[in-house]
Design a protein around this ligand. Structure first.
Ligand code: AMP
Length: 453
């Protein structure tokens, strides 16, 4: 393979596809496309490690369209599974774009709305199904999908699917589709879960990987606050939002529950138009919220990672990580929403005691030590309620056990003693934050945003 990027003409794609690719404005293949397309076209099973933004969708859609070629019969011959409705819709869009000069029929299936239209679409005849695992299985069990002609199976964002607990559904699907088939698995990360699953799913796979784009954009200023408890997170959030400069803000939370709590709290404060998106919100509500936000009619969007994944929301003035993301790569996705196209953006992360461990891991991945800011004096810092503190301690124990399986667990020892010794605790936290303190000292004055560490 030459050093210069391939043009699409170098791949064994037909004219219908090449015309569509060129109309989509693609001239050069991205690295993942360059590596994956020839292998997939040759019929190999493929393990692709690539994030959103690398061009991974076209890397598997083009060979798939080339293989399926034209409409035939009534039943699906390929299945693409993706974790969220948004990603399913996005993949369908790519399929339509590249399949525009073919007569191929795509049907996308996802939850959040009744299955009637989806069933009607299936009954009209389909070549490629793009679906979330749950809805595919529902409709299969209703007898609406004939699976015996499926010869290609693609899993996109496999890591996310496994993290979201879709493994049982994926296994059930694998039981009902033919064993003899081509499998492609794409994942942003290659942790132990994905690795284990890949052995089960893929046969002699070719592995293609593009280096993780963990380097955070130059135009994004990142800062972090160490925040002792949830109440202080809320107070700090309110304080920051008093600044009108934060005019297009996404607040990320790790769960639907937190998203709802933050949303209802802020809504009462009347800080401007605000919306919330998470997996429990109806499809239309989510799309409308996003459109309003994009149009500049909404100041604040509260979102979970799952809901925001794959959504084309950019030009955000500030990203506030109300919670540290548990999937570390999501940090990069989150903050990538700001600082697009030469606009300077800011990413602010709130870190509670149990999240310090996770944020350190994120800093390792992005190879940046994010500067720490002190909580402004105007922000009230209430005491951490006992139960909340216990919760953090329990999590910290789990983290320590993960790092060192011999660790006995300070939390349980303390429980026997009934009460943690406050002095000891203070000292422990002091040590823990020493790195942060050094950082803080470096930042002589508050409000001085240091670029990327
Ligand atoms: P993906 O990683 O598949 O989500 O793609 C990220 C974005 O890159 C999408 O907006 C694609 O349309 C775009 N894209 C993918 N491949 C190419 C290419 N070869 N040339 C230009 N844009 C591309």
């Amino acid at each position: 393979m030459s050093d210069s990027p391939s043009t699409f003409e170098n791949f064994k794609l037909n004219k219908q596809l090449l015309d569509a690719v060129s109309e989509a404005g693609y001239t050069k293949a991205t690295p993942i496309q360059e590596k994956a397309i020839p292998l997939a076209l040759a019929g190999h099973d493929l393990l692709g490690i690539a994030q959103t933004g690398t061009g991974k969708t076209a890397a598997y859609i083009l060979p798939l369209l080339m293989k399926i070629k034209y409409a035939q019969g009534k039943h699906p011959r390929a299945l693409i599974l993706a974790p969220t409705r948004e990603l399913v819709m996005q993949i369908e869009e790519a399929a339509i774009t590249f399949g525009k000069y073919t007569d191929l029929r795509f049907v996308s299936l996802y939850g959040g709305l009744g299955p009637k239209t989806q069933i009607e679409n299936l009954q009209k005849g389909v070549d490629i199904i793009i679906s979330t695992p749950g809805r595919f299985l529902d409709l299969y069990r209703k007898g609406e999908i004939f699976t015996k002609e499926i010869k290609t199976m693609i899993l996109d964002e496999a890591d996310k699917m496994l993290d979201m607990g879709f493994m049982p559904q994926i296994r059930s699907i694998l039981e009902v589709i033919p064993v003899k088939r081509q499998n492609l698995l794409f994942s942003a990360t290659f942790g132990s879960k994905v690795e284990k699953f890949s052995h089960e799913f893929l046969e002699f796979p070719e592995r293609v990987e593009v280096s993780p784009q963990a380097t955070t954009a130059e135009t994004i200023h990142q800062v972090k606050y160490f925040v002792p408890n949830i109440k202080t997170k809320i107070n700090l959030l309110l304080h920051l939002l008093e600044d009108a400069g934060l005019n297009r803000v996404i607040i990320f939370t790790k769960s639907r529950k937190n998203a709802e709590s933050v949303f209802s709290f802020l809504e009462r404060k009347r800080l401007g138009e605000i919306r919330v998106i998470h997996a429990n919100k109806g499809q239309n509500t989510r799309i409308n919220s996003m459109e309003d936000f994009k149009a500049g009619e909404v100041r604040i969007l509260v979102a979970t990672d799952v809901a925001a994944r794959g959504l084309d929301i950019s030009m955000v003035s500030h990203v506030i990580n109300f919670d540290v993301p548990l999937i570390y790569e999501d940090y990069v996705h989150r903050i990538g929403r700001t600082g697009r196209a030469e606009n300077e953006g800011m990413a602010i992360t709130f870190i509670n005691p149990a999240e310090e461990y996770h944020f350190e891991k994120i800093e390792e991945i992005i190879r940046v030590e994010v500067p720490t800011l002190q909580i402004p004096t105007q922000v009230e810092i209430p005491q951490t309620p006992f139960e909340e503190k216990q919760g953090y301690e329990r999590e910290i124990d789990t983290q320590k056990k993960k790092e060192n399986p011999d660790f006995k667990g300070a939390f349980h020892e303390k429980k026997v003693k009934h009460r943690p010794n406050p002095d000891q605790k203070k000292e422990k936290r002091g040590n823990k934050n020493s790195k942060a303190k050094r950082n803080r000292n470096q930042l002589k004055s508050q409000g001085k945003w240091k670029k990327n560490g």
